[in-house]
Write a new protein. Structure first.
Lengths: 258, 91
């Protein structure tokens, strides 16, 4: 397609879209005026019904738990797909001299050694980061956050190790079989908790565990359990992806005499 | 409050436009990280702390990271192809 018809087509689409969009905007409720009934209802009943203080987590892992199960498996499948897609064809580039020809081997393309300041700061942050991630996962039903957010925070911890230049440790952490088991266990845990609801309560994902006292870390029944399973799955999934992406670079840099 | 909302929304608009106008993918990854941070602030100001937390970790850390890692992977792949072609020619 030539340039000028493209621009005409673009301007026509923009004009059309802008018109419909502005027309739609006039129909929106004013800022802060919520019209749907469900949010108000849930805000009223969630604390009473499920003994939780963060209604968003209650909605995600209980009231619409089945949708979140679907989302969970979208993540699971994309991690599996990504790992399969990125796996190194080992036979294909085993030969040493091919690696020698890659420009990563040439001295000016070598990643510089991290400075002492970077190393100290990143390694010092690993501990607090893990604690913070666990905190966010464990307090999903009490404060904003939950398994998903906390899981991603946890997954960034090995990345700090990588930034600190400790490649061997990074490889040990991320290529561990436990990560794969954790990923599978997290996804299975969600399914199993749902099945427990079906067996004990007559409906899939029914909240059958003891609800506990509102405001404590064990409150929320299955909400807290699903929260933990999600945290495990998300953290392990992201770590797996990290390793899949960095595997090849890692091998070469480790072999590069460091 | 309204002033804060207006400011953050204009920030989102400006950073989003900047990301779209950046042509180099590596620079775009840095830009999208900043955009993610501004978005997180926006969610926080509009009283959605749960979404803000997800946005910080996904938008400001995970997404740019995945983009950068994918770029590294692509570059390596291209280089391997080049080396392979050269070897074929030599053979």
């Amino acid at each position: 397609m030539k340039r000028s018809p493209r621009i005409v087509f673009f301007l026509l689409s923009v004009a059309g879209f802008a018109g419909v969009y502005l027309w739609g905007l006039t129909g929106l409720p004013a800022v802060g005026h919520y019209r749907g009934p469900y949010g108000d209802v849930l805000n009223q009943v969630a604390t009473y019904e499920r003994h939780v203080t963060d209604v968003v987590t209650a909605v995600n892992f209980d009231y619409r738990g089945f949708d979140t199960l679907g989302e969970e498996f979208i993540l699971f499948m994309s991690v599996v797909g990504g790992t399969v897609l990125l796996r190194r064809q080992r036979e294909e580039d085993k030969s040493e001299h091919r690696d020698q020809n890659l420009s990563d081997k040439s001295p000016e393309r070598q990643a510089p050694e991290p400075s002492d300041a970077t190393r100290v700061l990143t390694l010092a942050l690993v501990g607090p980061l893990v604690v913070f991630g666990l905190y966010i996962v464990a307090h999903g039903q009490l404060t904003p956050g939950g398994g998903f957010q906390g899981g991603v925070v946890l997954a960034t911890a090995p990345l700090l190790v990588y930034l600190a230049g400790d490649l061997k440790k990074f490889k040990q952490i991320t290529s561990h079989t436990l990560v794969e088991i954790g990923e599978a266990l997290g996804a299975f845990g969600y399914l199993a908790i749902g099945l427990a609801g079906l067996i004990l309560g007559g409906a899939y994902l029914r909240n059958v565990a003891a609800l506990g006292t509102t405001g404590t870390i064990t409150s929320g029944g299955t909400i807290a359990l699903i929260d933990l399973a999600t945290g495990l799955e998300v953290a392990a999934g992201f770590v797996l992806l990290l390793y899949a992406f960095l595997e090849q670079t890692l091998e070469i840099r480790l072999r590069g005499g460091k | 409050m309204l002033f804060l909302q207006f400011t953050i929304l204009s920030f989102v608009a400006v950073t989003a436009t900047a990301v779209v106008l950046t042509r180099d993918p590596a620079k775009q990854a840095v830009g999208i990280s900043f955009y993610g941070l501004v978005m997180a602030l926006m969610f926080f100001i509009f009283q959605a702390p749960d979404v803000a937390l997800s946005q910080i970790v996904i938008g400001a850390v995970a997404l740019p990271l995945m983009i950068l890692l994918a770029l590294t992977k692509i570059r390596r792949h291209e280089e391997e192809e080049r080396v392979r072609r050269k070897e074929k020619k030599a053979a």
